[in-house]
Structures are given as structure tokens and as C-alpha cells.
Write a protein that binds this ligand. Structure first.
Ligand code: COA
Length: 380
């Protein structure tokens, strides 16, 4: 273990990792499956529909999805059952308690990639935070299982701040470094969102995708030459019911509601759009001012990946002009909304070309509402 007195107390991002499931579902495939479900449902209930007792379901459309969200495809852990109109949910055999959980498995894959990139061994890392919105179970913590699978001697815990989990995790890790309580912390965000997505809901069936990311936050004193200095982190939460999931232990108290649609992902997408864009843009501008960074000088924005239109508006307000793909890269077109992992995927895939001294922003926003900013500068 490194002597903490040698540490600088300055947090940096040393490396990132990404695990992408093999299976991908295009909008065309998704809509064909959804519309077949609608056809069967309406046929099955034709008498009740004709009698005005229930409302017929309406078909989904590829054009709407792409225009309204910018999403063209999403990766999933299990494609066939999701597309089967009789199932429309992920399916795989339950694992025994002696096997690695599926969520830990993909988290470990992303974490290993980050560690290997900078030659870190298990003994170099002090802590693992599993920062994600779709935990597989309440306990033991996913983080502790990931910690054990990686062979790390230290501590780990889970944190769920919905789509902002990763940036909240980065600030938490950075604070451990700033306080001298750790020198190297893994922030892992495995997101199997396909379990909580209501694939039968026309308003939201196209939104989410599965993925896992990892961010290695370390003390500058032991960072590799190529790293990203963390200039400042800022978190914000404001209560809202506009994105909500009522799944939990206490559902057992009212079993007659167990299958309610509110136990899956539900949102008022338009309200989210309208309320979150100004909140996040203002937060970024205020934090840039506090850090004495000219927002127009930001070389790249790695924004949360929920909606291309939201990102266009936020980037415009921050940069003062329409952002190019180079300034605000999009990954939601092929990944969909991957909850907390979205801005980290964008950062992971689109940072290698930046030059030393280039400044950028990792920013997340989502349910809670919750939002987080991490301003970074490339070292060199
Ligand atoms: N196919 C075809 N039409 C659809 C449809 C579908 N799958 N889903 C909805 N529509 C229709 C609606 O019925 C509505 O029709 P109407 O105008 O005749 O009433 C119309 O499209 C507009 O629906 P609306 O829900 O207002 O769409 P929108 O433009 O707000 O786009 C979202 C929906 C979800 C893509 C968008 O609101 C969004 O991305 N919001 C932000 C979400 C977000 O960031 N969430 C964070 C989650 S972590």
C-alpha cells in the first residue's frame, strides 16, 4: 500500500473501460415486434374494444422514435426474448449464489479494461463504487462482489442516483482522493436497463439499452502520463415525479398492484425535456464561472445520452453556438439511453484525439431530478 503522505490530494481520471453487449436491436426490429404485439392484443380483445370497454393499442413508428429521440438502435443482453411479442422482457437462467452475478460480470469486464489500460493491479486499488441505477439486488452490494471478483483489498459500496450515478460516483471518488482517504478508486456503472424498461409501452419502449462502464479515479501523484485532471465536480438534485419507478420491497404490502406498470420505468418525457434542459444549462454555466472556465472555450462536451434534442439545446446554451458532432459527440444513436453510463461511454469513445490542455465537461442528468458536472483537462 502506498504511503498516503506522498499523495497530492488532486483527483484525476486515469482510465476508463467499456463493455458493450454483442446483441443490438434496430428501431426497425423493435417496432416490428411492438406492432405485432399490438396487432395480437387488439385481435384478442376485439370484442371489448368494439364495445368500448377497453381502448385499442396504437402502433409505434421508426420515424417517430428517430425524430423524437435520435435513437436508432440499442444493445441488450438478450435480444430474442425482448423481441418475442409473447415475452417482451429479458430472459436468462437464474444464477446460483456461488456464481458471479450477471451485473457484476459486465461491471468486472469494464473495470478490467480500465485497469489493464494503465497497468493497474488489484493491490493498487483501494475502493470500488458501483454507481448505477439498475442494481440487481439490494445486498450484498454489487460493488463488493465486483471488488472480490477483481481481488481488491479495500472497501466497496453501491450508490444509486439514477442517470447521474456515475458523475455522483466520480465526485465521491474524487472526494476520497481530496481527503487523503484513498489513492485509487474504481467507479463502475453496469446498467442492464432492459429489465426495468416496459417494452410494451409505446411512449418509452425504444428508450433504453444495456452496457457497463468503469472510470478509474486516482491521486495525481500516481496517475499515468496521459490522464485527465479533474478541475471541479458539482452535484445537484431537485425532487420530481416525472421519471419514476415504484418497484421495491414494500410492493409486498399491496400484492394486488404487483404487476402495475408503475413498477417499471415511467416518465413524462416532454416535461422532463422542458424542465431539465434549463436546469442543467444553468448549472454548467454557474460551475464554469466558479472554476473560472470560459464555457465557450470548452473543447468537448460529453453529455448524458437520453435525447439528441436535449443535448443540442444544452450544448448551444453552453457553447453559445450550435455544437458540432466533434464538440458534443452522440452515442445514443447506437447505444440508446444507457442511464448513468451514457456520458461515460461518450467520454470513453471520444477523448483520444484531444490535445494536452484541452478542457471538457462530463455531464449527466436524469431521474430525481439529479445532475452532475465533472470538468476535466487533458494533462501532458
Ligand atoms: N410511435 C409513434 N408515435 C408515438 C410514439 C411512438 N412510439 N410514442 C408517442 N407517440 C406520439 C404520441 O402519442 C404523441 O401523439 P399526439 O401528438 O397525437 O398526442 C406524439 O407522438 C408526441 O408524444 P410525446 O410523448 O409528447 O413525444 P416527445 O416529442 O416528447 O418525445 C421522448 C418523447 C420520450 C423521446 C422525449 O420526450 C424525451 O426524450 N424526453 C426526455 C426524456 C429523458 O431525458 N428522460 C430521462 C430518462 S433517464
Amino acid at each position: 500500500m502506498t504511503d498516503m503522505t506522498e499523495m497530492s490530494g488532486r483527483p484525476v481520471i486515469s482510465a476508463t473501460g467499456l463493455f458493450t453487449p454483442k446483441d443490438s436491436i434496430s428501431n426497425e426490429e423493435l417496432v416490428a415486434s411492438f406492432n405485432e404485439y399490438v396487432r395480437r392484443y387488439n385481435q384478442q380483445h376485439s370484442d371489448a374494444i368494439e364495445a368500448g370497454e377497453i381502448t385499442a393499442l396504437t402502433e409505434s413508428s421508426v420515424e417517430f422514435i428517430e425524430k423524437a429521440s435520435g435513437i436508432k438502435a440499442r444493445h441488450v443482453m438478450a435480444k430474442d426474448p425482448v423481441l418475442d411479442p409473447d415475452i417482451m422482457s429479458p430472459r436468462w437462467p437464474q444464477r446460483s449464489n456461488d456464481e458471479l452475478s450477471i451485473l457484476a460480470e459486465i461491471g468486472v469486464k469494464a473495470a478490467r479494461q480500465a485497469l489493464e489500460k494503465v497497468g493497474r493491479k488489484a493491490e493498487d486499488v483501494d475502493a470500488v463504487l458501483c454507481a448505477a441505477s439498475n442494481m440487481e439486488r439490494p445486498y450484498p452490494a454489487m460493488a463488493i462482489e465486483i471488488q472480490q471478483a477483481l481481488g481488491i483489498d479495500g472497501f466497496g459500496f453501491d450508490m444509486n442516483v439514477a442517470c447521474s450515478s456515475a458523475t455522483f460516483g466520480i465526485q465521491t471518488a474524487a472526494d476520497y482522493i481530496r481527503a487523503g482517504n484513498a489513492k485509487s478508486v474504481l467507479v463502475v456503472s453496469p446498467e442492464i436497463t432492459s429489465g426495468h424498461l416496459n417494452w410494451r409501452d409505446r411512449d418509452s419502449h425504444f428508450i433504453f439499452g444495456d452496457v457497463a462502464t468503469a472510470v478509474l479515479v486516482e491521486d495525481a501523484a500516481l496517475a499515468p502520463a496521459e490522464h485527465w485532471d479533474i478541475l471541479g465536480t458539482k452535484l445537484k438534485t431537485v425532487f420530481s415525479n416525472n421519471i419514476r419507478n415504484n418497484f421495491g420491497f414494500l410492493n409486498r404490502a399491496y400484492p394486488e398492484e404487483a404487476e402495475g406498470a408503475d413498477k417499471l420505468f415511467v416518465q413524462e418525457g416532454r416535461k422532463v425535456f422542458k424542465e431539465v434542459v434549463p436546469m442543467v444549462a444553468q448549472m454548467i454555466l454557474e460551475e464554469a464561472e466558479r472554476l473560472k472556465i470560459d464555457p465557450q472555450s470548452l473543447r468537448r462536451l460529453w453529455l448524458h445520452q437520453a435525447n439528441a434534442g436535449m443535448n443540442r439545446l444544452i450544448a448551444h446554451r453552453v457553447l453559445g453556438h450550435e455544437a458540432s458532432d466533434d464538440e458534443s459527440p452522440t452515442v445514443l444513436d447506437t447505444y440508446g439511453n444507457t442511464s448513468s453510463a451514457g456520458s461515460i461511454i461518450a467520454f470513453h469513445l471520444h477523448n483520444a484525439d484531444l490535445q494536452a490542455e484541452d478542457t471538457g465537461l462530463i455531464c449527466s442528468f436524469g431521474a430525481g431530478y439529479s445532475a452532475g458536472t465533472v470538468f476535466v483537462r487533458k494533462a501532458g
